[in-house]
Write a protein that binds this ligand. Structure first.
Ligand SMILES: Cc1ncc(COP(=O)(O)O)c(C=O)c1O
Length: 492
């Protein structure tokens, strides 16, 4: 039986609340005993804390505006209801999300409808007076027709722009299939003007799927230029919406991430024993000794993420406006800043628990751990986030290095499908898990928890619970039963 290669850990970053939850003894195992595996645990107080950090970044730069939580990152009611009890707003991207936000306590003036929309979604947004972030001129036409047909009040709209470039600019923003290219602003504004009786343009925005602050800075400058054009035509929009994508730092140690990615490259080239299931390369491949492709992974260790990323972005120079900071550019024009953080607002807000069903060996002798969950119940791999789960013993005690010989294992789900692998890489745990123990996939509230869940094979999707601290102990309730009120001694 081969021994595991030298451990290559990717330890998750755990802030105080999540670390305390993992140290709460039998609390987590007893929840799984009662509610089954997999189980999603959410920490509503954390989202309120994260939102306050975003607000503080606005304060640092003396900017007004609004933080809109991109609801799509997690379906939880508890997170949304807790957020509704703060001054944060919400970005909804479907009819269901809009209904959910209204029901969670968000008044329409704290809701913005984004993304491409169907007619029912547009109607409910227009009927309730929600701001609509329009994806295209066609959407503006449809919205205006609805407003006229139903004699609705004038609707506040933002227009989403994309494909920015600008004077003397070297960094171009990447193309997007959403929004209207900034170069087509004129026909877009003509549409707005044609519908002036029913639509009021309040801002322009973008959302870029990139980690690059430079690209985002160019897009922000592009929006300010677009607002100048609006003003020269007599329109009066005041908001710049810079979308989401502020990111999360998932890992505790930069060095582990750097070492892991170099060893993965070495493994793909055959310079070390494999680290992945059947030579999976996460986008890299060995072409007769030459490394080809690109690593298709989320940068799991990010020294600057979340509210700090926003802070640093706002401090960047606006190159095409004489080099003063982006924040100063907004401030001088008295523009409001809108942000739509999803992943970053649910950082440290939850975990997925799964019970170990079986530990066996593959043909080549490597341990394969089968869990009572499906791969889509914790879509870390799907979202390219490589981060180790935490092993909890039957009494909830967290396994730590030195508990036994470290074990490199593959994690499989409970579907009768070769592809149902929770990890396609060898995951290094402090010791070999035993049936009945739990693996906690921490910090998975952003997209990894419920974005892709299915009921394949009639297997259940995870239940959700909300957990919070009261005095020195942990309490919980079902996610749908959580309201941020009946918590003696707790917040708010
Ligand atoms: C329009 C829009 N806003 C905000 C977000 C949230 O992005 P993130 O979760 O990376 O912050 C998305 C994500 O797809 C989006 O499409």
């Amino acid at each position: 039986m081969p021994s595991s290669p030298e451990p290559l850990s990717l330890e998750p970053r755990l802030d105080v609340r999540l670390a305390s939850l993992l140290g709460a003894g039998e609390f987590l195992p007893s929840l799984v005993d009662a509610l089954g595996s997999p189980l999603n645990v959410l920490l509503p107080d954390q989202i309120a804390e994260n939102a306050a950090r975003f607000r503080a970044a606005y304060g640092t730069h003396r900017l007004g505006g609004q933080v809109y939580f991109a609801h799509k990152a997690n379906r939880s009611s508890a997170l949304l209801r807790r957020l509704a009890a703060t001054d944060t707003a919400v970005d909804v991207a479907s009819l269901g999300e809009l209904q959910h936000a209204l029901g969670a306590g968000f008044a329409p003036d704290r809701i913005m409808a984004t993304g491409p929309k169907n007619r029912e979604f547009l109607w409910l947004a227009a009927r309730t007076g929600v701001t609509v972030h329009a994806d295209s001129a066609g959407e503006l036409d449809e919205l205006a027709a609805l407003a006229r047909a139903h004699q609705l009040a004038r609707i506040r709209v933002l227009v989403r722009l994309s494909a920015f470039d600008g004077p003397g600019v070297k960094v171009l923003t990447r193309p997007s299939r959403f929004g209207t290219p900034a170069g087509e602003l004129d026909p877009l504004l003509k549409t707005v003007e044609r519908h002036a009786d029913v639509l009021e343009l309040t801002g322009v925005g973008y959302h870029l799927d990139t980690t690059s602050p430079e690209e985002k800075a160019r897009a922000l400058e592009g929006c300010v230029r677009a607002l100048d054009v609006c003003r020269s035509r007599g329109l009066r929009p005041r908001a710049v919406d810079i979308g989401g994508g502020f990111g999360v730092n998932y890992l505790a140690h930069a060095a582990q991430w750097e070492r892991y990615t170099s060893e993965l490259t070495a493994a793909v080239l055959g310079h070390r024993p494999p680290l992945t299931w059947r030579g999976h390369g996460y986008g890299l491949r060995n072409d007769a000794g030459t490394l080809r492709g690109a690593l298709g992974l989320y940068p799991a260790h990010r020294p600057v993420a979340g509210a700090r990323y926003l802070d640093e972005l706002l401090a960047l120079p606006a190159a095409s406006f004489g080099g003063r900071s982006l924040a100063t550019l907004l401030l001088e024009n008295l523009y409001d800043l809108y942000t739509e953080p999803g992943r970053a607002l649910v950082d440290q807000c939850g975990l997925v628990l799964a019970r170990v069903l079986e530990v066996r060996r593959t043909d080549s002798g490597e341990p394969l751990v089968r869990l009572a969950m499906k791969a889509d119940d914790a879509g870390l791999e799907e979202h390219g986030v490589l981060m180790d789960p935490v092993l909890l013993g039957r009494d909830g005690t967290r396994a730590v290095a030195g508990d036994g010989p470290a074990a490199g294992v593959y994690l499989a789900g409970s579907l009768c499908l070769e592809a149902d692998l929770i990890t396609r890489r060898m995951v290094f745990l402090p010791r070999l898990p035993r049936p009945g123990e739990l693996l906690a996939f921490v910090n998975t509230a952003g997209y990894c928890m419920d974005f892709q869940t299915s009921r394949a094979q009639h297997q259940p999707v995870a239940r959700k619970v909300a957990a919070w601290q009261e005095d020195s102990s942990w309490r919980w309730c079902l996610d749908e039963q959580y309201w941020p009120i009946t918590r003696p001694g707790g917040e708010p």
